[in-house]
Design a protein. Structure first.
Length: 417
């Protein structure tokens, strides 16, 4: 099977999530991603909790379909290996703080002398230049500075962080997009270039609709009333507790005859649609609160499964609020193949998130399990002309290494993630 990026090579210096999740996208669709890691300890993401047998589940999630080359790039011999690989590499990716790659002798100005077509892709917290260039970049900080935290939570509560590292993941997807765009541009120009992607920009772009209103009018987006979906959306676009303590999302605001259908589904009598008072709920705060209280009592009459069945009978959009383990039991999730299973050489069978984007002709495939540190040293070095004796000498001199999980807590340069 031909894959979209099977003729693309990525030399991957990324760590944690923002970088590795991005290069994994290219790897899933065929790119040869050579993950350059520290000797023995590997990248710092291997030490994250929770773990299985000393291996981080988070690392496993972000590093399938990659080969690991464990290399000391601070040595002249290590940089010589990198230089040889760069000669035939399409993308050099990293998410260290700005300046780290240059200090390692791996900056764009130097590498493009070796390969003018190389794309030098850098993910960071705030960008490669500017007043925050030297700051530590991290998910929570980007959520806060990008405006997302202030918009999230209840009107009477504090600003709230999302339930996952959303800045890292969205930053990773934008980083992947940047690398793909640079590859497309190179087809036209024949030249490589710098890809500059950062967490802060991703968080700002995540609410581009609200931004347009704020930048061009007096409109603001305060945190919504308790349980409501988004600022200003009202009680028909909200989360409610059911009789069994589980929760359900109501999207009655976006369907025709919403008040009538919700009233029928939840046995609200007389029907909310019969009283014009409720039609003012979107504009009047007190009316919104009264409607919210009425709907809260109605949901508490039924379990979540009962609400699901009643909503289906009245052609209302389903909205069960799943706990994370429930997500993977949903029939649509199963149909979408959002779980894939890999046989790991060290940890046995490992379940990972499936491929979110489906291509009918050239779909993503799981070809390589997340690697152990230096698992592919001999294989990669051999492909670039190193003999068995030379590889043995590099190993003995400490230029390359292999996995030693006892050193997994060791630290090195701090990634932007």
């Amino acid at each position: 099977m031909t894959l979209p990026y099977e003729d693309i090579r990525v030399l991957d210096f990324t760590q944690l999530e923002q970088g590795p999740a991005a290069t994994q996208v290219l790897a899933d669709f065929g790119a040869d991603v050579i993950k350059v890691e520290r000797i023995d300890a590997g990248e710092i993401g291997r030490g994250q909790q929770p773990q299985v047998s000393g291996m981080s589940y988070f690392f496993l999630a972000d590093n399938r379909n990659k080969r690991s080359l464990s290399l000391d790039v601070r040595t002249a011999e290590g940089r010589a290996i990198v230089d040889r690989i760069v000669e035939s590499t399409d993308i050099v990716a990293s998410n260290f703080r700005p300046g780290v790659m240059e200090r390692l002798g791996l900056g764009y100005d130097r590498l493009r002398q070796i390969n003018p077509r190389v794309i030098w892709a850098a993910a960071s917290g705030y960008g490669l230049s500017g007043p925050y260039e030297s700051r530590v970049g991290q998910d929570l900080l980007a959520q806060a500075m990008g405006g997302l935290v202030a918009m999230t939570g209840d009107e009477d509560g504090p600003p709230t962080v999302t339930g996952t590292w959303i800045a890292d993941y969205l930053g990773a997807m934008l980083f992947a997009q940047g690398m793909m765009l640079a590859l497309a541009a190179r087809e036209k120009t024949g030249r490589g270039q710098v890809v500059d992607s950062n967490l802060l920009n991703g968080m700002i772009a995540s609410h581009l609709q609200e931004n347009a209103a704020v930048l061009n009018s007096e409109h603001r987006f305060p945190r919504p009333e308790h349980g409501t979906g988004h600022s200003g959306s009202g009680p028909l676009y909200a989360i409610y507790e059911c009789k069994d303590g589980k929760h359900y999302a109501l999207m009655g605001a976006l369907v025709s005859n919403g008040l009538e259908r919700v009233s029928s589904a939840l046995e609200i009598e007389p029907s909310l649609a019969d009283d014009p008072h409720w039609r003012e709920a979107s504009r009047d705060t007190e009316t919104r609160r009264q409607l919210r209280a009425t709907l809260e009592q109605a949901f508490l009459k039924f379990s979540r499964d009962e609400v699901e069945a009643r909503f289906a009978a009245h052609d209302l959009p389903p909205g069960a609020v799943y706990e994370l383990d429930e997500v993977f039991e949903d029939p649509q999730v199963i149909h979408n193949e959002m779980v894939v299973e890999a046989e790991h050489p060290a940890y046995g069978s490992v379940k990972l998130t499936g491929f979110p984007v489906k291509l009918t002709d050239t779909p993503a495939t799981l070809r390589i399990s997340p690697p152990t540190v230096g698992e592919h040293n001999a294989e990669v070095l051999g492909e670039f002309g190193y003999s068995d004796d030379e590889i043995r000498a590099l190993l003995e001199s400490g230029v390359v290494g292999s996995e030693n999980l006892k050193h997994a807590g060791d630290t090195g340069e701090v990634a932007a993630d």
